[in-house]
Design a protein around this ligand. Structure first.
Ligand code: BJW
Ligand code: ZN
Length: 253
């Protein structure tokens, strides 16, 4: 049974705790970015297969680049919110005592990094990064910063002349092995595992809560509504990230 907690102030995360936070699109919603699976979310306006799979990119790269170009435009105008900032405060407090902090984010928007979070793994890639789409080209393994929008002429690799692609992880693609290893390592030895603003539908990260719990962590979901993997958490704090997180961080003792 998952316990429902209405008052985040009732939880105390000790200063010397080891904390892993997993965030999803919900934490950036109040910065003005769309989530995927809520009503009016990105998957209501676009078919996942068309814009977030390697097959979709092969079939219609212009469409995929329009999708990510439009998200680049939106992300440029957005600012980190009080939820992002509360996680920066938590990281600083834990690190200044004897605690540890790792933020694994599924978000590609870069808002955690812009807010000042330091120990961040962007496990689904980066919106403002581009790499070669040809897996035989060495530039397919090195992403470069790129905030340009491509509405008509698509970018090509200088080395092999194949199309460049956004440096994001699409369905059916492997996550970065080193990032996955680092995340799982931390998940298996943390005291607290906090998932924030994520529907718990996308694997492998939706399974991290089970690994954390099996290893003895206290597992907490802070989300607007129940996630698909709610049953795996000890506790659920319903609410908006900007309301819940500043209170959760304030209880660090
Ligand atoms: C608020 C709020 C507020 C709103 N405050 N909260 C095991 C079982 C079944 C399938 C698989 C499995 N293992 C792997 C798979 C296949 C697949 C998968 O998971 N499929 C499932 C959907 C069934 N996974 C993969 O393919 C992954 N690769 C992989 O595992 O490789 C090996 C392999 C391949 C194939 C088969 C088997 C193994 C890759 C996954 C890549 C996901 N990519 C995307 C798009 C790219 C990035 C981008 O364009 O941004 O990543 S999909 C999309 O979903 C995006 C997100 O990062 C991800 C998660 O979404 P998120 O963040 O949870 O958003 P929402 O919208 O779903 O939820 C937001 C929540 O916030 C909601 O609940 C709101 O209520 C809440 N909220 N406002 C707090 N203010
Ligand atoms: Zn190339």
């Amino acid at each position: 049974m998952t316990e429902i907690i209405q008052d985040p102030l009732s939880l105390t995360i000790d200063d010397d705790a080891s904390v892993v936070v997993l965030t999803g699109a919900g934490i950036s919603a109040e910065s003005g970015l769309s989530t995927f699976r809520d009503s009016d979310g990105l998957w209501e306006k676009h078919r996942v297969e068309d814009v977030a799979t390697p097959e979709g990119f092969r079939h219609d790269p212009e469409l995929v680049w329009r999708f990510y170009s439009s998200r680049r435009k939106n992300a440029r105008t957005c600012q980190p919110n009080d939820g992002h900032k509360a996680l920066v405060d938590l990281e600083r407090r834990l690190k200044s005592k004897n605690g540890s902090f790792l933020l694994v984010t599924q978000n590609i928007d870069g808002l955690h990094q812009r807010a000042g979070s330091e120990n961040v793994i962007p496990i689904h890639g980066g919106l403002m990064e581009t790499r070669c789409s040809n897996i035989r080209c060495e530039d397919s393994r090195t992403a470069v910063y790129d905030d340009k929008v491509y509405d008509d002429e698509l970018p090509k690799c200088e080395k092999c002349s194949h199309l460049l692609r956004p440096n994001v992880v699409w369905f059916g693609e492997m996550l970065d092995v080193a990032q996955q290893r680092e995340a799982i390592w931390a998940v298996r030895k943390c005291d607290w595992f906090l998932a924030i603003g994520t529907s718990g539908t996308v694997y492998p990260v939706a399974g991290y809560v089970q690994d954390a719990r099996a290893a003895g962590a206290r597992t907490v979901l802070a989300n607007l509504k129940a996630a698909d993997n709610l049953h795996a958490f000890h506790s659920f704090i319903p609410g908006r990230a900007t309301d819940v997180l500043p209170k959760l961080v304030a209880t660090t003792g």
